[in-house]
Design a protein around this ligand. Structure first.
Ligand code: NZQ
Ligand code: ZN
Length: 411
């Protein structure tokens, strides 16, 4: 198990009717003027806007509103938000929405201290300074509500790149799962799949320590990850039938929050993150493609490409997450002894990939890129774009031919 630093400084206020507390939390931080950042209007329909503004008023926090952040937020929106925050003299940012709104809010908070946001992103340095960020989450999946990242698309250059820094970690995040009761199934499902892939990007770097017992070097982290994955799968299965089920909404929200706050990568050498790089190349070029839906297509294709190289951990995943080879089909808590026969282990690993595809299909996720009109002609540019950001593949270093195959397999 590799050494690591774990720091998750966000205060999470979770549960029913927690939104009215947001103004008080902001005031406690000595902030009295905030830029309030929203998306396209879902918060007006579900009462969140009214609850947030009433709370700010009661706490004596003044605000200016910035509306219209689009899914896969753009650099132009960040720049407009920075102008507004500066003109208003905002002392903090309160982002109210899903991952796109929160990421745009984080980027605005940092952009207030930068001459040029994008030039800084291209330096790939950690952010050092930002206005304090507060969030009210309305859609679970990305994990941005409890982490130090923001992902913004420079549309003219088709570059969807992230930036990090503890200074943009939300100071306080409010999660009331009740406000997700009306989230349409396709958004619930793509959020859940996004959260699963955050865990899986890390999970497959687990290394078998002892084949006789099935013990892995990173056993604790792997078991936490398996628990999160099973929790997400079971929550999605319930929500597909019963969208307003509070327990399932709450379980999914809590798992997604932990999916990308540092817990799931602890000891796992930074995870792999190829699929996210490929998805960002995809939705950087086609901003109408939802992030989680792109991952539903690309992640299984990446698994198929690499599972033979680390069959032990893929076989373990098949058993513990999907219950493949377990009596009664129930997922087991621990992997158990590993199969000594390498061929059998590889077959089990592949069954895990197939089980992932089956579950995504049963939830109605898209299975190929032609769903959005992407063709083979688009692939070389997306491959170039993905390699333009960083080297790909920590579990298995990938070359252009392999990355091309990952895209082509799902056309
Ligand atoms: O804009 P509004 O009207 O609010 O509608 C949104 C949007 O149309 C709607 N929505 C949100 N809450 C709702 C709701 N509809 C009904 N009821 C509610 N309670 O959902 C639509 C999609 O919202 P969006 O914020 O785009 O989705 P998501 O949360 O999946 O965020 C995706 C963005 O996050 C980035 C993605 O790349 C993408 O840009 N990510 C951020 C990460 C991070 N910062 O750590 C990591 C992720 O891997 C990801 O890259
Ligand atoms: Zn993601």
């Amino acid at each position: 198990m590799d050494g690591f630093t774990f720091c998750a400084p966000t205060k999470v206020v979770f549960g029913r009717d927690t939104i009215p507390s947001v103004g008080g939390h902001i005031a406690e931080h000595g902030v009295s003027r905030v830029l309030l950042v929203f998306g396209g209007g879902s918060v007006r329909r579900n009462g969140v806007y009214d609850a947030v503004t009433a709370s700010l008023q009661a706490a004596g926090v003044a605000w200016e509103e910035f509306w219209g952040v689009q899914p896969n937020p753009s650099l132009a929106q960040v720049e407009a938000g920075v102008d507004k925050a500066r003109a208003y003299g905002a002392q903090g940012v309160l982002a109210v929405g899903g991952g796109s709104v929160i990421d745009c809010g984080k980027a605005i908070a940092a952009g207030c201290f930068l001459d040029d946001y994008w030039t800084y992103v291209e330096t790939r340095k950690l952010l050092q300074k930002a206005l304090p960020v507060f969030t009210v989450l309305t859609l679970s999946g990305t994990g941005t509500e409890m982490n130090e990242k923001a992902v913004i698309t420079n549309e003219p250059e088709a570059k969807k790149w992230s930036v990090s820094g503890l200074c943009i970690c939300p100071r306080v995040t409010i999660i009331d799962p009740q406000v997700q009761a009306d989230v349409p199934w396709h958004l619930t499902m793509t959020g859940g799949i996004d959260a699963m892939t955050h865990v899986m990007e890390n999970y497959f770097r687990g290394r078998l320590a002892d084949a006789a017992t099935g013990f892995f070097h990173e056993e604790t982290t792997l078991q936490l990850n398996e628990g999160l994955l099973r929790g997400i799968v079971q929550s999605l299965n319930v929500l597909q039938r019963d969208p307003a089920h509070y327990g399932a909404r709450a379980s999914l929200a809590w798992a997604a929050c932990w999916g990308l706050n540092g817990l799931t990568v602890a000891g796992l050498s930074g995870g792999d993150w190829t699929s996210h790089a490929l998805e960002h190349a995809l939705s950087g070029r086609y901003p109408h493609i939802p992030h989680g839906a792109g991952l539903a297509v690309l992640f299984p294709s990446w698994m198929e490409e690499v599972c033979d190289v680390a069959p032990a951990v893929f076989a373990r995943f098949a058993r513990t997450v999907w219950g493949v080879g377990q009596s009664g089909g129930e997922a087991a808590g621990v992997a158990g002894a590993m199969d000594a026969d390498p061929q059998a282990m590889r077959a089990l690993a592949r069954e895990g990939v197939a089980a992932t595809r089956r579950a995504f299909a049963a939830w109605g996720a898209p299975a190929d890129l032609s769903h959005w009109g992407v063709t083979a002609e688009d692939v070389p540019e997306m491959v170039r774009n993905a390699f333009g950001y960083r080297a790909l593949g920590r579990l298995v270093p990938l070359n252009e031919e392999q990355v091309t195959r990952i895209f082509m397999r799902v056309l």
